[in-house]
Every structure is written in C-alpha cells, then in structure tokens.
Write a protein that binds this ligand. Sequence first.
Ligand code: ZN
Length: 274
Amino acid sequence: MAPITPERLSLNTATVREQWSLAECIEGCQRHGFGGIAPWRDKLHEMGVGAAAKAIRAAGLQVTGLCRGGWFTEAGAITEAVLDDNRRAVDEAAEIGAECLVMVVGGLPGSSRDLPRAHALVEEGLARTLDHARGAGVKIAIEPLHPMYAADRACVNTMRHALDICDRLGEGIGVAVDVYHVWWDPELPAQVARAGKERLMAFHICDWLVPTRDLLTDRGMMGDGVIDIARLRGLVEAEGFAGLNEVEIFSALDWWRRDADEVMRTILERAPGC
Ligand code: ZN
C-alpha cells in the first residue's frame, strides 16, 4: 500500500473551523500541497457558493464531499422544510463539484423512544432526496455514526445498516467511511467488501483518544489514538476506493486551539504513518 502523500490528503474544514474561513482553508490547502478539500455548509454559505466553487477550481482542489445533508428526523416527520434544505444541499454539492453529499441522518426526535420510527423517517428522507440527487448527478453518502450518537445525531450506526438502506434505495447512494465511527466494528471488513468500489464514496480519518474527554469534540490527530488507520485504509483500497484521505478532526481541547498552519504541518507529518 502506497503511503499517503500530500496530494492524497483532503482537508475537512471542520478540522480548522475555529481558525480559518473557507477562503483561508482553500488557500491553506494549496499552500501545504493538499489535493482536496471538504467544506461544511456553514463556511460555504459564509463565502458564497459561487465564489467558493470558483476559488476551489482555481486552486485545483478536488472536493471529496460536502458536509452535510440529513437531519431527517428532527421534526418527527418528513417536512417540506427538511426536504428543501436537503435539495439545496444537493444543488450546492453539484455547484462545487463535490464527489458526494455526506448525510448525517438524524437521531430520535425530541423525547421520542421510537427508534424504528426514526429509522423509517431516515429512509423516507433519503429516498426523497435521492430522486433530486440523481437528477443533479450528485451522489449521496450515508455516514454511519458511532452508536454513542444514535439519540442526538444519527440513528444509522453501522456499515451494515447503512448498506441495507443502500440496497433498498438503489443507484446513487453509498457510504462515507469515517474511521472514528466504525473502527470498533468486527463486521467492518465484511461490510467494506459488501459495499464495493461504487458505494465507498468517502474515507475520513482522525484518531480515537483514550480516554476521550468529550463525546463530540475530542477527536485525535492521526497517530495519537488507538485506530489502526492503515489497516482500515487497506480495506477500502482493496475494494478499489481511489478517493482522497479526508482529515476530519473535531478538537475543542487541542487542535482548534493551535495555529492552523501547525495543524496542517502535523497532518502532513502523520499522513505517511496512516
Ligand atoms: Zn466524517
């Protein structure tokens, strides 16, 4: 397996979200030799979708994904508002040439205990968004989140569940594999093989710190935790995944407090070990 070179890296803007605007992220990626970028929609809207698309193209960066669509369960029903927002996300993904629109599907609405209902809402929301996405030529990637987020962020928590949904919905939908969310799963090798090249749409990297001090914002820099990233990368690459390695680190206690260029340099130092 070839080591990760700078041009095989993509910066998920969440990694430096406290330090840099999207314009600074684009410029920083270019300066540090990264091959790609994955914007979050808040930063995209701040810059303006058209201006961002132009700057990303001018910088020669691949767009490994747009974060994010989804949140289908919040209202307890699939509303026009949530469908509209997802259709807008699809259109934005098309405009910036994103390889996929990443979906964080939503958890349990309010104080509901009805998990099967949440699952059904997610599938309905994905199906209805997919119609629009197919027309726009945008791929939809379900990101299964770690089970600790089942209540408040995403009730699809395994590759198996995500791929079951993909099987039912057909063309144009696959998975975003984030090592932080799936590293613990003994079924991972089998499910990555089941996904196959077409449905492996993104590969997100960071590390799992022990102990983890915050459930959301204490992800580690690659090499500082317990995830065997190289093994997981080997699994997706064995299926033919040829996308970039997208670095996505939420780190309120550490990396968000550092100079962004130091963060970028550290990513470059750690990448060959991943
Ligand atoms: Zn991710």
